[in-house]
Design a protein around this ligand. Structure first.
Ligand SMILES: NC(=O)c1cc2c(N)ncc(C(N)=O)c2s1
Length: 320
């Protein structure tokens, strides 16, 4: 490794890229590629370089995740396209009714992408030429709040995509169960009331006006949607997940392409059994018509797609 003073702008870019790649492997793929001590040493080197050459600093540097600007409040943001909500099903019969209704309305073979319904907060991330430029809460579906500085603190959120793509991507921000556990223990020690559930703690985290406080909530994300544009050439929800992963966005692996009612019911049963042991809270399963052309032909009601439904699990009784 060169002496700091001899390092060039190219060396800086390489070091920054290496650190972003290590963070991607660790936080997005859950596959650490280097010891923490190695990462920390490289990170300190990047910080020193940025101190010597402040003009080299770029917004996708990992040192730029936690800003020191405390916001006065949150600006309103109008989403490129509304974030829809989901119709709910509370019984398997209602799921069957959804499948039958869809079956009667679309032509051609019908497959469904089944996904975990993460018990967090819907977010919308905007990237321009690959650079993360804005993140917002769902709000009323059309207008949300600008929480960019808080979302930047989420380590799994890429500050630059692996491809120079511009667009808006949707997902869920959530607090992992283990983080929730530790947070409530420390609140208890500090004589503070515990959070009722990880969703509330995550909501509080995203609404911090000081990003340093938001960072302490150690939130995570699962991405599952996008505002489509034809450049992406995506024909199905399955292909969307491939695309999101290609871009370096974190997706939930517990999803399954189902070809009929039996497979959908089997998925619901399996996820129901795994639920208590998942490292994140879920409150159901989202069943989506997989083909985008069929989604378009089914369209939307006033507030929800006709091509998807959320099957809700019974509220989980916390093991005391
Ligand atoms: N409100 C919505 O449209 C959604 C909400 C959620 C959620 N909380 N978790 C996962 C998904 C998903 N995999 O699509 C969706 S979609």
């Amino acid at each position: 490794m060169k002496e700091i003073k001899e390092m060039t702008l190219d060396d800086y870019q390489d070091l920054k890229e290496q650190l972003n790649q290590l963070a991607y492997a660790y936080y997005v793929l859950d596959k650490p590629q280097a010891e923490d001590a190695v990462y920390d040493q490289m990170y300190r080197q990047l910080e020193n370089l940025e101190k010597i050459h402040p003009d080299w600093l770029s917004p996708d540097s990992p040192t730029q995740r936690i800003g020191d600007q405390v916001l006065a409040g949150f600006e309103k943001v109008t989403h490129l396209e509304p974030l829809y909500s989901l119709a709910n099903a509370f019984s398997e019969e209602e799921v069957v009714a959804f499948i039958d209704r869809v079956q009667n309305q679309v032509s051609g073979p019908l497959t469904f992408m089944c996904e975990c319904k993460i018990d967090g907060l819907s977010i919308s991330l905007r990237y321009e030429d690959g650079l993360f430029v804005q993140g917002a809460t769902r709000g009323d579906g059309r207008v949300g709040e600008n929480i960019t500085s808080n979302l930047r603190t989420i380590k799994a959120l890429p500050l630059r995509l692996q491809k120079p793509v511009s667009g808006e991507f949707r997902g869920e921000a959530y607090m992992p169960k283990a983080v929730f556990q530790k947070l409530n223990e420390s609140r208890d020690l500090a004589g503070l009331a515990p959070f009722a559930n990880p969703r509330n703690a995550a909501a509080g985290g995203l609404r911090q006006i000081n990003p340093k406080e938001a960072a302490k909530r150690q939130l995570n994300i699962f991405m599952y949607g996008a505002v489509y544009n034809e450049d992406y050439q995506i024909d199905s929800q399955a292909q969307l997940f491939d695309f999101l992963q290609e871009l370096g966005l974190r997706t939930n692996p517990l999803r399954r392409l189902c070809h009929n009612k039996e497979e959908i019911m089997a998925y619901i049963q399996e996820v129901g059994q795994k639920r208590a042991d998942l490292p994140y809270e879920i409150d159901g399963v989202v069943i989506k018509v997989n083909q985008v052309a069929q989604q378009s032909s089914l369209g939307y009601t006033v507030k929800a797609p006709r091509w998807a439904i959320a099957y809700k699990f019974k509220a989980q009784v916390e093991a005391t």
